[in-house]
Design a protein around this ligand. Structure first.
Ligand SMILES: *[C@@H]1O[C@H](CO)[C@@H](O)[C@H](O)[C@H]1NC(C)=O
Length: 140
């Protein structure tokens, strides 16, 4: 019971922490969920964004650039994060890099296939992870 409450609280945190400007635009995290994507593909600190609902083109501002460590990977988010969103997919991503061996390369695409999340990494290929690994937003 206590664990459940903690999970819900931490889950809510990154959703509602985005509503700092007090307008009625859904948060960037809520937008991700509406496209069936996990909130954990963005770190905490997403602020304003633009989204063209027709083309899916988006740009998200972060409160600061951000380095996170997720499972065995170092990931760098450079604001703004850009791309094209559609159901189960983030394409043409800009502003997100991952360190593979000793070099940094771009995460180009994130695709959901049921309970797997597939990352297309430039010059490396595709890596899949369980969807549940991305249920919370990484801390910068
Ligand atoms: C994002 O940040 C840039 C640079 O600070 C600013 O010009 C732009 O208006 C911001 N966009 C949104 C949607 O908040």
């Amino acid at each position: 019971m206590g664990t459940m409450v903690m999970v819900l609280l931490s889950f809510s945190f990154c959703i509602f922490s985005a509503r700092v400007d007090g307008n009625d635009q859904p948060s960037a995290y809520e937008v991700l969920k509406s496209y069936n994507l996990p909130i954990g593909v963005l770190p905490k600190g997403a602020l304003g964004y633009t989204l063209d609902r027709n083309s899916g083109q988006f740009a998200v501002n972060l409160s600061s650039n951000c380095n996170v460590h997720v499972s065995e990977f170092d990931i760098k988010y450079n604001s703004p994060i850009t791309g094209v969103i559609s159901h189960n997919n983030l394409g043409r991503i800009g502003g997100v890099k991952v360190k593979i061996a000793l070099f940094w390369t771009d995460i180009e695409n994130v695709n959901r296939n049921r309970n797997q999340l597939r990352f297309k990494i430039r010059k490396v290929g595709t890596k899949s992870f369980p969807f549940s690994d991305f249920n919370s937003c990484p801390n910068c």
